[in-house]
Ligand binder design. Structure first.
Ligand SMILES: [Fe+2]
Length: 427
């Protein structure tokens, strides 16, 4: 898409979008105290400081080192320290040990960000048009990459805080509202031959969303909103976590091994349910969308409810004409809420609030080609043993999400804002 923009407009666009996304990261870490930046309470979680540095490393490694003449690295060890998983760039510091690094300190990481920002800004102003167009796509990828890490940063902070008996509050905000969830209705869709996915160039997309390809769908129905806490509570009260008949075999083994009795961050005290949020430890609002459930829990709930999860193709066909409206990170709530916006369309909460598990394994689309070079490692090598999620969450940027967007996590993961939308076959 950027290839069609005139060069002055392109420079303006890159300057603004770069500044907006980089500033959002700094806004999100602003409530943290220095010690909060450093800890890693679980191997899946990374310290906020690491997210801040790694997103910066991405711009330094994939743009500055190739396009800035006589570029001298900010720190020669950072290439190793803040590489996440790019084998073709070199070796990397073990993921599970990121929380062991007291240095570089927070101030040094902020200086790293600021220095790289200055260098990227100079490139945007000074490169000739040909090279500017070459780096435009790389900057876009870097910004979407940073938005993904902003989301991880928020769920990682939440997890870090959740294990602390002091139950720290990220942001004081009253979330208990009188809003009620919209009624649960079923939207019906004809079957037939459809196209899903996107081709390169229409607008920004990751390589895993490409290309446009045909899918066959049988007639199906899709719930007009996601499952609420109250509805999930009925599953728990019906013995959902003690009845193997609802669970996939691997899911049941995980329930037993992990001793799951409720979604992550839920806790029962004196017969009342509470949940840990970024606003602290609060009574569970039964009208809010259920979140922090794994694929296994989503599957088990659907089985108990006599329904199923949608496939990602069903989800995309049903939702792609809905407005991208919902509860996103820009709303500053950082928690899924019952209320809906006026312009959400027929399928409520299609975007924002919670990522929706689909029953589709994360695989390459027919005809898919990963990016050339090191960035080919961005998505393609993770296409095994993970499930696709759609729609974005309350910590996703509105500018990051689109109908073809494919998120993916292992079926046992539940520290992201993940939820459930039911589907069914039309009879
Ligand atoms: Fe990354």
């Amino acid at each position: 898409m950027l290839q069609h923009i005139e060069s002055t407009e392109l420079r303006n666009h890159l300057r603004k979008s770069y500044r907006d996304v980089r500033e959002m990261t700094m806004k999100l870490v602003q409530p943290l105290e220095t010690e909060d930046y450093v800890i890693q309470s679980h191997p899946d979680v990374s310290p906020p400081k690491w997210h801040m540095a790694h997103t910066t490393w991405f711009f330094e490694t994939f743009i500055l080192k190739d396009y800035r003449e006589n570029y001298v690295s900010f720190h020669e060890e950072f290439e190793y320290l803040f590489n996440s998983y790019y084998e073709s760039v070199g070796s990397f510091f073990p993921r599970h040990s990121r929380g062991l690094l007291s240095r570089p300190g927070v101030e040094k990481v902020k200086q790293y960000r600021s220095d790289i920002d200055s260098e990227i800004s100079l490139l945007i102003e000074e490169l000739d048009e040909k090279k500017l167009r070459e780096i435009a796509n790389l900057i876009e990828i870097g910004l979407h990459h940073e938005q993904q890490h902003q989301e991880l940063l928020m769920t990682d902070v939440k997890y870090n805080f959740s294990i602390n008996p002091l139950k720290p509050i990220y942001l004081e905000l009253e979330t208990t509202t009188k809003d009620v969830a919209p009624p649960l209705e079923w939207a019906r869709f004809e079957g037939g031959l459809f196209e899903i996915g996107i081709d390169e160039g229409e607008r920004f997309s990751f390589d895993n969303e490409r290309p446009v390809h045909k899918v066959w769908l049988n007639p199906f129905e899709l719930a007009t909103r996601t499952v609420t806490n109250g509805e999930f509570l009925a599953f728990i009260e019906d013995g959902g976590y003690e009845r193997a008949e609802f669970w996939l075999s691997d899911g049941w083994a995980t329930v037993k091994n992990q001793q799951w009795k409720a979604p992550l961050h839920w806790e029962e005290r004196n017969g009342e349910w509470y949940t840990f949020t970024l606003h602290g430890f609060v009574p569970l609002n039964k009208e809010d969308p259920v979140t922090h459930v794994s694929y296994y829990e989503a599957e088990a709930y659907a089985s108990w409810a006599g329904k199923r999860l949608p496939t990602e193709a069903e989800w995309e066909v049903a939702v792609r004409d809905q407005p991208i409206s919902g509860n996103f990170v820009e709303d500053g709530i950082y928690h899924p809420v019952a209320s809906i916006k006026d312009d959400e369309g027929q399928i409520k909460k299609a975007y924002g609030d919670v990522w929706e598990w689909t029953k589709s394994p994360y695989m390459a689309y027919p005809g898919n080609k990963p990016l050339d070079g090191a960035l080919g490692e961005y998505n393609a090598k993770f296409m095994s043993s993970q499930m696709v999620l759609r729609g974005g969450s309350c910590v996703t940027s509105a500018s990051h999400i689109r109908p073809t967007y494919r998120n993916f996590f292992g079926p046992d993961k539940r520290w992201q804002f993940t939820g459930i939308r039911l589907a069914g076959d039309q009879t």
